[in-house]
Design a protein around this ligand. Structure first.
Ligand SMILES: *Cc1c(COP(=O)(O)O)cnc(C)c1O
Length: 230
């Protein structure tokens, strides 16, 4: 079931890319396994998928210990500074950096092991009060500050679009995130690339790919509904 769901989404990625003239190898599917048991990931891995997303440090840590080391772990949730130390050497990418204070903490912890943290800047494109993320107009300035850190590398931008039943509603936010990324890329800031655009979830990943997403984060459509009451 789970592995089959992943294969179906991968086929969809191929279809959408063919439609808009993109190379499907530019789009990575991150299977968002938060709240799900590690055995679900074992099943998912039968599809060949090696990229998994978690939003809690402790959960990522536990699954890291139980599962094969060739998995690429993506930290996609809000990150508290006191938890950064548990991610060192374990994560492929941190998608949710939205302040200099957090970036400074990542610098401090990754420097201890002389490792470089690949990060994305989370942008709150729709200006939703309830969401984390920096304002679009403050993004470049934050990136300029973070670019000075030796053990942190900004690789692109991430956004969580509003919840909606109509994926077309979110096209405008994906378009704007892409524009922001092109704009920042044109500034040629040292130690910064804009190669990653992490956008698109179960409800809207097709639209996100059409608008240039390079990482889609899909949970429900792969693992089923989440139960937070257990
Ligand atoms: C949970 C989560 C997802 C996956 O959401 P689905 O709608 O289940 O696909 C994607 N991104 C982030 C940041 C999440 O927290």
């Amino acid at each position: 079931m789970i592995d089959q769901n992943i294969i179906e989404i991968q086929n969809e990625i191929n279809d959408v890319c063919a439609k808009v003239g993109r190379d499907p190898s530019e789009v990575t599917l991150i299977a968002v396994s938060k709240t799900k048991p590690y055995t679900d990931i074992e099943e998912a891995m039968k599809s060949g998928c090696l990229d998994y997303g978690e939003n809690k440090v402790q959960e990522l840590d536990q699954k890291y210990d139980l599962l094969p080391k060739d998995i690429n772990w993506h930290m996609i949730g809000h990150l508290q500074r006191n938890k950064v130390k548990y991610l060192v050497g374990k994560v492929k990418m941190i998608h949710s950096v939205d302040s200099l204070r957090l970036a400074n903490q990542i610098e401090k912890e990754f420097a201890k092991k002389d490792l470089i943290a690949d990060i994305l800047i989370e942008v709150n494109m729709a200006g939703e009060e309830s969401k984390f993320g920096i304002k679009p107009e403050e993004t470049e300035e934050l990136i300029r500050e973070i670019s000075k850190l030796e053990h942190v590398k900004v690789c692109g931008l991430m956004t969580i679009a509003p919840y909606t039943l109509e994926p077309e509603d979110n096209r405008v936010y994906f378009k704007k995130l892409k524009e922001l990324s092109v704009d920042i890329d044109s500034k040629n800031i040292d130690n910064v690339t804009m190669s990653v655009l992490s956008m698109g979830m179960s409800g809207d990943y097709r639209v996100a790919i059409e608008e240039g997403s390079t990482m889609i984060r899909v949970g429900t459509k792969i693992f089923g509904e989440r139960n937070y009451n257990i």
